[in-house]
Structure formats: C-alpha cells, structure tokens
Write a protein that binds this ligand. Structure first.
Ligand code: COA
Ligand code: AMP
Length: 636
C-alpha cells in the first residue's frame, strides 16, 4: 500500500479533534526519563499542564543524546562575530563538555533544581552555554537583553530572585562598546542584593576593571578550569525551564514561564514541520538570545533537533555593510534564515537592488522566515525577488514560544499570500471575535483569541503572578486566551495580523510598553502628564513618540526637554527603547473618565481612518492636536 502524504489540513484537524493523541505522538521525538502517558491535565495550574506525569532533561535532549547517537563530531553551534571578525565552531561533543563543565561551575555556586540563574550576556557562545548549563541542573534561567538599562535589569533581579548572575565585560554595538559591569553593579545595588555572585566571562577591550566595583566576581575561565562536569538532572515535564520577561501594558514586565516538557515537544515538532530543518542542517536565526526568538530558535529548537545553529554577533547593515547576511549564508552554507522584517528593510535601504548579493553565492539558502512584526508586502516582494526563495512570515509571541500562525514548510508548503502569515498551526484553535466575544464574519477585523487549552510549549503562567496571568490573558473571554493582537481571516482562512489592541508597541522587532516609557517620562520634574504612542515608521515598523504637558510655570525649551527626556528613557529603560521624539502640547485628549485617547492619537498620526469616541471630555483638545499629529507623519 502506498504511503499517503500527511497534509496540513489533516494534521490541523487531528490536533483539534484528538489533541492528546496528537501531542503524545509528537512527544515520541523526545528522550524522556519517564515518558508521558497523559496529555493535558486540568489540575494544578490556572490553565492545566501538558505531560504532568513525565520527566526529562532538556539539556540532555539538546546535547548528550546527539553525542550518544554517534554525532558528537558534527557541528552544533557556529559563532560568527562580524564585530570581531572571529568565528568558532563547537561540535556536539565539545559543546556538551563545555556545558557540563559550566553546569559544574553553577553547581559550585549552590545552584540546584528550581533555582534561578540570571543571564545578562550579548551574542557570544557563552550565552547559549549558560542557558543550557542552567537547564542541565534543572534550574531556571532568566535571560535579559543587553539593550536594557540597570533599572530594567534590577526589576528582573527582584522578581526572579536569582542565586547567581552570569555576565561579561561588555557587548559590541557598531558605534560603541557597551560596558556591562557598571550596569550589573547598579542593578544589584538597586535590587538590594550586592552580595550575589557574578560569574564574569572576561572579554578584551572593555574599560571597567572588575576589581574597581564592589562585586563578588567569579571568573568564568578560572572556575571552568577547576570545575567537575555535572550530569543532567531529571525534572518534571511541568517544571519551569525559563522565565522570559516581556513588555505588558504597565511598566512592570511580565515573567513568561516556559515548562520543560511541552517546550521540547513543541520545538521538535516545529523545527521539522514548520522550518523543515533536520539533523546536520545549518540553521540561522538572526535575532538575539534576549528575545523569545533567540530562546526557541537560536538555542533550543535547532539543538534539540540535532541541527547546526548559527549564532551571529553583528547587524544586518554596517558590520561592515548590507552584504553581511549574504556573507554569512555563503560561508556557513545556511539552509534557512529566520530574521525580523526590519532587518530586511535596513538592508534594502542601504542596498536597494541587493547589488552586494553578486559578491556571494547563497545557493544553499532554501527559505527565508520572518517574524517579530508584520511582514509588509513591499518587503515581502523585495526579499522574494532578490533572494529567489520563498519568504515565509509567521506570527507568534513570547507567550506562545512558537508560531501560532505559519506555513509548515516541512509538513506541506502552503501557498503564500503577501501580508498574511498563512494559517493556524496545529494546536491553536484560532478565532476572531468582537468586543463581546462573538465571532465575526471572514474579512472583518477583531480580537485574535485562542481556544483553551493552548498546545504544549506555550506559557504556563507568569512568574510569581498567577492572577496577572489570568487577568492579562484568560479572564477577558471565557475559554479563550487573549493574544492582544487584532486581525482578520479571509475566505480561505488565511490570517492577517493587523496590530496590537493594547499599549504594546513594536520598534525594530523589539516589543516595548508605552506605559513603561510614560512612567519614566512622568518622573521628569517639568512634566505634568504625558502620552506615548507608537507611530508607523518606514524602517523600524513603529517608533515611540511622546506628547507632554508641562507643569504650569515651568520654563524649558522644547529642545532641552527632548534631550533630557531622551537621555532619561535611555538611562532608565535602555537604548533599545529608541525613544527620540517628544512634542509639548497644551493638553491630552481624554475621555470623561480620564482615559487618554492613545488609539485615536495613533490613528491620526498614521493617517488611518478614526472616529473620536463620543465620551471625549473636550473635543477641542483633539482638534488642536490634529495638525501636530498628522504633520509629522512618517512615510509608510
Ligand atoms: N546592547 C546594547 N545596545 C543595543 C543592543 C544591545 N544588545 N541592541 C540594540 N542596542 C542599541 C543600538 O545600538 C541603538 O543605540 P543608538 O541609539 O545609540 O544607536 C539602539 O539600541 C536602538 O537599536 P535598534 O532599534 O536595534 O537600531 P539599530 O539602528 O541599532 O539597528 C536594525 C536597526 C534594524 C538593524 C536592528 O534593530 C535589527 O537587526 N533588528 C532585528 C531585531 C530582532 O532580531 N528582533 C527579534 C525578533 S525576530
Ligand atoms: P514578542 O513577544 O516580542 O515576540 O512580540 C509579539 C508581538 O509582535 C505580537 O503580539 C505581534 O503584535 C507582533 N508580531 C510578531 N510576529 C508578527 C508577525 N509575523 N506579524 C504581525 N505581528 C507580529
């Protein structure tokens, strides 16, 4: 009998009608210490748990088992730094050894199962090593992106209460060296935990002398040389693997919790079925380990699958030019690249006809995947034309850990439509509903929600805050998870994601909270009140713009205020906020109950249709703002 090819429709259907069977089958790709007999279990958490009876070690699955299968000599991780010009490849055997030794270093600092390890590292191989070593001990990592300032780091230290911090001398940005140690020092002081051990990977070329700071430094290299390798510690599938903080609508970041078992199952399913990557393939995610894309697809996904993951320290442009990505693809024979649309727009801006491509042979590249923000149709067509490969958008969030909507290239490549990330992935019961939770007709925009339970690998709760988890995601529409995005489905079911329904914005593929920026601006002595909105930007997708009302009697020039606010946001949140524009206004438009009409402001600034809510307190305020908002409208 001829084998029938499995289609996307069949698999999706099966995941909806027999979810337990579907995911228990997918779970066979994992090497379990205790294999799961149970799929989803309602008990013991706000939204139930997957594989509650099972045990495993994620690091063992990502490393040791490939060595045991005889592939120890295969390249596991290639580190390519466009900043230093250096490259280093680790075989599976070497990476396993380094990780086991570093796990020994962590253990010597008292780290054990369930303890937190905070990792504040740039795109160096040690970031992946530290994450995997933490997982090896059954501990929980919390990686913080290097573009955040001390206050943001302090908030994460306070919330996760780590046993140890892992950091380095600094990171390399094209225009400057970013010193990490002063930031760590300030953050520890702010969090009131100056006695925490700081494991320091020394990097040449940074100015700060560790001895000049009052820190309990453990030198990475010295400790590693003396370390005993640690064996993988079995944990429950439901035990947390990591916490990853992401922006919510308030200033306080949300600590998304990922479990071990569901995560391994889901990533193994996606790397084969969504990305069409298998053992030995070279896979490159051009993102940062500080984001979810980096967690899932620089570190865990490709290594769980036994592929070779490429870790790139550099930018798409300026390091040294807009041919940087093509150089990496040629040199390492990359099969598939995953990046953010903003990176492609940056390349296109510098090299509109991709003339630099002529210098490289990118014949190994089969697919370009994008996510992190909407793939605009111009960029989609441009990238497809210059690269000559399918350009595959997919939509997801830190919370889900993997694609909600995508195009499963390994299962069945579906026809691509510009502007759409394609169809819901197995496990995601996607609906579009209006404000009352009623499903809307196809073509009509509404809230994108997902039926419960969510599939394996999605968030299990928010760290230390089950109630915020419920309030943010589950309590708005009973039985559904609220994504916070709006969109519509066309007659073929293709999903079009249009933007956030809350105060989260997306700048250069980085998720930011306007609330957090407002909180910082509000601390400036001249500011009475302010509103920050995300306005469309041709390069970065959105840019944050602040509208400020001054305290009466304050005398300050607009220029000085802008400079001071830019510096303040940079100091308190970090350069990643990329906050550069402020306008002083007489008043902010509000409803009678005092809610600032940010959405209307954004719609006016973007040149979209808008309706001023009838609850507006004073229509004259918005009238006065229209020229200010629309006058500075950036090109779309
Ligand atoms: N550490 C310290 N500073 C950082 C940083 C880091 N890890 N990452 C960014 N910054 C700084 C930048 O140097 C810049 O500082 P500046 O204001 O002094 O110039 C600022 O933060 C804003 O950075 P960014 O918005 O990234 O702008 P950019 O001009 O440096 O780069 C792109 C623009 C498009 C090339 C870059 O944003 C990019 O590659 N984005 C892809 C994002 C991504 O991978 N997202 C993950 C989802 S897939
Ligand atoms: P993050 O949690 O940082 O990954 O950001 C998630 C948010 O980014 C989503 O809720 C969307 O608003 C946006 N996003 C990510 N990928 C896409 C995409 N492919 N299309 C549209 N929006 C996206």
């Amino acid at each position: 009998m001829a084998l029938q090819a499995v289609s996307y429709r069949d698999e999706y259907q099966r995941s909806m009608t027999e979810p337990e069977k579907f995911w228990l089958e997918a779970a066979q790709a994992v090497d379990w210490v205790v294999p799961p007999q149970q799929g989803h279990n309602k008990a013991d958490s706000p939204d139930g748990r997957w594989f509650a009876d099972a045990e495993l070690n994620t690091c063992y699955n990502a490393l040791d088992r490939h060595v045991a299968a005889g592939r120890g000599a295969q390249s596991a991780l290639i580190h390519d730094s466009a900043m230093t010009g250096r490259q280093h490849s680790y075989s599976y055997a070497e990476l396993t050894e380094q990780v086991a030794l570093f796990a020994g270093v962590l253990r010597a600092q008292g780290v054990g199962k369930g303890d937190r390890v905070l990792i504040y590292l740039p795109m160096i191989a040690e970031a992946a090593i530290a994450m995997l070593a933490t997982a090896r001990l059954g501990a929980i990592h919390s990686v913080v992106f290097g573009g955040f300032a001390a206050s943001e780091l302090a908030v994460r230290i306070r919330d996760a209460a780590p046993k140890v911090i892992v950091t380095t001398s600094g990171g390399l940005e094209p225009n400057r060296h970013v010193e990490y140690l002063p930031t760590v020092h300030e953050a520890l002081a702010k969090a009131g935990v100056t006695e925490l051990p700081v494991i320091l990977k020394h990097r040449d070329g940074f100015a700060t002398d560790p001895k000049s700071l009052n820190l309990k430094i453990v030198d990475w290299d010295t400790a590693l040389a003396a370390a005993e390798p640690a064996e993988p510690v079995p944990v429950k599938a439901t035990d947390p693997l990591y916490i990853l903080y992401t922006s919510g609508t308030t200033g306080a970041p949300k600590g998304v919790v990922r479990d071990n078992g569901g995560h391994a199952v889901a990533l193994l399913w996606t790397i084969a079925n969504h990305y069409n990557i298998g053992p030995g393939d070279v896979w490159w995610t051009a993102s940062d380990v500080g984001w979810v894309v980096g967690h899932s697809y620089i570190v865990y996904g490709p290594l769980l699958a036994g592929a070779t993951t490429l870790m790139y320290e550099g930018k798409p442009v300026g390091t040294p030019d807009a041919g940087a990505f093509w150089r990496v693809i040629e040199q390492h024979k990359v099969k598939a690249l995953f990046t953010a649309p903003t990176a492609l727009r940056a390349i296109r801006k510098m090299d509109p006809d991709a003339a630099l491509l002529e210098n490289y042979n990118i014949g190994s590249l089969q697919t370009l995947f994008t996510a992190g923000e909407r793939l605009d149709t111009d960029t989609y067509h441009w990238a497809g034309k210059v690269l000559g490969v399918p350009v595959v958008d997919h939509w997801w969030q830190t919370e889900t850990g993997w694609a909600i909507v995508g195009n499963p290239r390994g299962l069945e490549p579906l026809p691509l439509k510009a502007g759409s990330p394609t169809l819901p992935m197995p496990g995601f019961d996607l609906r579009i509903v209006d404000g009352m939770g009623v499903e809307v007709a196809s073509g009509e925009e509404g809230n994108i929600v997902l039926g419960l339970p969510l599939p394996p690998g999605t968030l299990t709760t928010l760290w230390n805050n089950d109630q915020r988890f419920l309030d943010s995601y589950l309590n708005t529409f009973e039985g559904f998870y609220l994504t916070g995005d709006s969109g519509y489905q066309d007659d073929d079911g293709y999903v079009f994601v249009m933007g956030r329904t809350d105060d989260v914005i997306n700048v250069a593929g980085h998720r930011l909270s306007t609330g957090a920026i407002e909180q910082v601006i509000g601390t400036h002595p001249a500011v009475a009140e302010c509103a920050v909105i995300g306005v469309a930007d041709a390069l970065k997708g959105q840019k944050a713009m602040g509208f400020v009302v001054l305290k009466s009697g304050v005398v300050i020039t607009a220029d000085d205020l802008q400079k001071e606010l830019v510096a303040l946001v940079r100091r308190e949140i970090g350069p990643v906020a990329d906050f550069k524009f402020t306008t002083v206004v007489e008043a902010l438009p509000k409803t009678r109950s005092g809610k600032i009409l940010r959405k209307t402001m954004r719609q006016i600034a973007d040149g979209d249709d808008y309706t001023v809510p009838s609850t507006i307190e004073d229509p004259a305020v918005i009238e006065a703002l229209i020229p200010v908002l629309s006058g500075d409208r950036p090109p779309r």
